[in-house]
Write a protein that binds this ligand. Sequence first.
Ligand code: FAD
Length: 403
Amino acid sequence: MDFTLSPEHHLVAKMVRDFVQKEVQPTIKEWDRMQQMTPETLPRMADLGLLGICLPVKYGGQGFDYISLGLVCEELEAVDTSLRVVMSVHMGLNSLAVLQWGTEDQKQRFLIPQAKGEKVAMFGLTEPGVGSDVANMASTARKDGSDYVINGEKMWISLATKAQHILWFAKTDPHAKDPHEGITAFMIDTSTKGVTRGDIHGKLGVRAGSTGWVNCSEVRVPQENRLGAEGEGFKIAMSALDNGRYTVGAGATGLIRASLDASVKYAKERKAFGKEIGKHQLVQQKIAYMVQKYEAARLLYLRAGWMKNRGQRNTRETSLMKWYATDASFEAANDAIQIHGAYGYSDEYDVERYLRNSRGAIIYEGTSEIHQLMQAGYALGYRADGELRCELPAYDPKVWQEE
Ligand SMILES: Cc1cc2nc3c(=O)[nH]c(=O)nc-3n(C[C@H](O)[C@H](O)[C@H](O)COP(=O)(O)OP(=O)(O)OC[C@H]3O[C@@H](n4cnc5c(N)ncnc54)[C@H](O)[C@@H]3O)c2cc1C
């Protein structure tokens, strides 16, 4: 493995770093306090090409590779998690699923406007009654002529009131012997009659982001909007999570870096017992652990990105990376608060926001417990990944940059 970053990788990372430092950092605290998404966030991310960063040029994207996607997420979350969440749902969970499983017609109708940022996309798997146990979802899709009629509610949906497309999972066979095989995936335009949605307020973190609910009541969806075959929805959801989790873990790596940078700066400013607190060994220990966590998380996400570039199945490696990086980012943010003492406990400094923002990632896209079960399952030989009918295409610069 050669993890040397290319000039293009450096270019993308610098572009995003400049964007967030200049345009997001100065006001993010206010938006977080107001519990609102900055109105400029989505249009600016679209202008910069981020909403199509790793999609082929012929589908409206920028033609960069999957490692670039990870770097973008690291840089975004180094300032605020809400921006990385956009990449996770719009790109990781939705657009890459359309690239992987969609027909050419679906790529023309959904992927191109999403890659260009003309439409924003979200992912509807969780329901009020089920999160980890998705096979027991209540949402249904009944066939009626050449349409499906969809009923159900999705909960805790990122960008619920902002996105125009949702990848929706519903039971087409509620009585399937194996409930995993009764689920089907659909792309739904949120302007379709019968779709309603709203925001959830009072979240612990990601307050400058949009999280809400989406309801479908007798929503008619043409069969051309079915992603994959009937009964393939569970596999599609899990493969989408391989990409979403990658963005979450890479983003968490950025949050560790932000905690480290803030801690180093403060440790050199603050004095106690006649010296900089950075000279006290117990403060140094916390900083050393942050360095260790940052480097390990970064290597783990670069490995997952490298595997994606090669078209290798990476469910196991991505799960490990997401679990490790999100737990580590919470611990790093917690230590950063400790280093800041009482000041860390107020929103005068960013570290309290890092702690609140880091917490959600230990729950969404597979709780830490689910990832532990997966890792133990692989180690014990109880779990193995079979081949998928459609794999995420390997990155080929020639194909990706073809007009
Ligand atoms: C900010 C935020 C954004 C989100 N965005 C989206 C989104 O865009 N789209 C979407 O579909 N969902 C989204 N979610 C939902 C998220 O994916 C779910 O919350 C998550 O999958 C966990 O489901 P749950 O909350 O229902 O918890 P549950 O599944 O009810 O789990 C509750 C607890 O039980 C534990 N548990 C469950 N099963 C087991 C088991 N077998 N063994 C051991 N422990 C177990 C869990 O680990 C957890 O600690 C979001 C959530 C948040 C907080």
